[in-house]
Design a protein around this ligand. Sequence first.
Ligand code: G6Q
Length: 566
Amino acid sequence: MTTLPASDIQLPLFIYTQREPLTEKSAWVALDEHYRDRARHFQLERLFAIDAKRGESMAAEDVGIYLDYSKNLATAETMALLMQLARQCGLQERIDAMFRGDKINNTEGRPVLHTALRKPAGTRLVVDGENVVAQVQEVLGRMAGFADRVRSGQWLGHTGRPIRHVVNIGIGGSDLGPMMAHEALRHYGKRDISMHFLSDVDGAALLETVRTLPAEQTLFIVCSKTFTTLETITNAHAARDWLVAQLGDAKAVSRHFAGVTTNIKQAAQFGIDPDNMFGFWDWVGGRYSMTSAIGLSTMIAIGPENFRELLRGFHAMDEHFRTAPPEKNLPVILGMLTIWYSNFFGAASRAVLPYSQYLKRLPAYLQQLTMESNGKHITVNGETVNYQTSPVYWGDNGINGQHSFYQMLHQGTQLVPCDFIGFCKPLEQSGDQHELLMANMFAQTEALAFGKSATQVRGEGTPEELVPHRVFDGNRPSNSMLIDKLTPYSLGTLVALYEHSVFTQGVIWNIDSFDQWGVELGKVLAKRTASQLLDHRQPLHHDSSTNALIRRFRNCNRSSLQARVA
Ligand code: G6Q
C-alpha cells in the first residue's frame, strides 16, 4: 500500500504512548522473575498431574469459539501476571480508543476502524462529523445489488452472455483476505461461478489464469486501496489488453471490469465505469480490509446474505473483545500468551495449524496480518525496543503438516508454540473421515504436550541405540480452538480473534500495528531498478553484488530486449 509521503503526516500528540518503559513495569518485572524462578522449569505433565481440572479451568469460550489454553507452559499465576501487564499497558483504554475512532494509527495520523465495517445497520459511529456506519451500509447495499446481478446472470458481458468467471486482481491486503475467504467458504459458494486470484506481477500468473477463461464471460475486479500499486496496475492493464484483444472492442471494458478503491479518480482514468466502483476509506488498513468492498469477490461467491453472516461473526468477536474482562477475553488470552513465549521463553515463531481443508490459506493470511502489523522495532514514541516483537507466524493444513514439518515441532531444538484449529462438525460428511481428521488434531496436541519417555520406548522393546531417537520430550505448548462448524459466521469470529490478538500484542509492545513503512524501501528501489533493466545504457551505482546480478540479467536478456524494442 502506498502511504502518505512522510512530509504530509501531522504526527498527533502521542496520547497513546506509554511513559514507563515496558521492561520496567512491575508486572513485566514480576513475569521475568516468575519465568526465571519457576516457569522455565514447568513440566506440562506435572502441571496436569497436580490439577485434575486444569483441562477445563484453563479454557475460555464465547461467540462459538472454545479456546483450550491448558497445554501451555503457564499456571493461574502466569495468567494473572500477564493480565496485570495488559492492564498496566492500558489495553482497555486502547481498545476503547480504537472502537471510538481515535487516531491510534500514530505514524499515519489515522483512525483504525475496520470494526466499523461490521457494525450492524442502523447503529451509529460518528467520526469527523460523519456517521461512518451509514457510509459502510451504503456501499454494502451497492455491492449486494451488483453481486446479485452477477450471480443471477442478469449482469451481461459485452456480447450479451452472463458472467461465469471472476478474477480478483490485487496484492497483499487486497488479495490475501478475499483468497482465504474464498477457500474457506467454498462450501457456501456459487459453484457455477469460478473464482480466480491474480496478484503476482510475473506474466505467467496472468497467462495461467486466463488460459482457459472465455473473455466474454469473465469479470475482473481490480482491488487496490490506492490504485497505484505497481503489481496490481500492471496486471490490470495486461488483463484489459487481453480482454480487448479477445473481444475486439475497447468498449467491452465497462462490462468486464469493476473496481474497489479509495482512489476513484485513478480508477475512472483506467476506464472503470463509476457504477461498477465500490469505495472504502483510509481508516481501513489493507490487511484489515476483507470486510470492506475488498470482499466483493467473496460476496459474489457466497451471496450477500452469507456475506452479512460473515460480518455478523466479525462483529460478535469485536463486541466480545471490547467488553469481556481480560481473563475471559479470547483475543487477549491468545495475544498475551504470544507475549509470554516471545518475550520470556524467546520463542521466535508460532505455528497455525488448521485441521480443515477449507482453511488451508488461513496461515498465509495470518502471516501478513501478524507480521506486517507487529514486525517493528520502533515504539510509538520513536524509541528502539529492547524486547522482541512479532514472532514468525507460519503453518499449513495440520494434517499435511504432520507428514512434513511436525518432525521439527516434536523433536527439533526450537520451541514453537502452536495454535490448533478444528471443527466439531464436518461440512462434507464422508464416512468416518471427520473423526479421523479430528483424532489426529487431538493426538498431536497430546503428543506435543506429554511426549513419550525413554522408559516407555524401552518398554516397547526398542533396541537401546534407537531409544534416544524415539523419545519425545514433550512439554511443547499449544492452544486448541474448537468451533462447532465452519460457517461464514464462525470464519468471521475466527479472523477477528486473530485481528484483536495482534492488536493486544501491539499495545503491549507499544508499537503502531497499523502502519507498514517497512515495505516502502523495496518498492522505491524496484522502480529505479526496473528502468535499469529496461534501458541497458543506464549506469549502475548499486553495491557490487547488485551490480553484478543486474549485469548478468542484462546479458541474458540483451537479444530479447532488442527484439522487443525493435
Ligand atoms: C496491507 C498492506 C499491503 C497492501 C498492498 C496493496 O496492510 O498495506 O499489503 O494491502 O500493498 O495495496 P493497494 O490495495 O493500495 O493496492
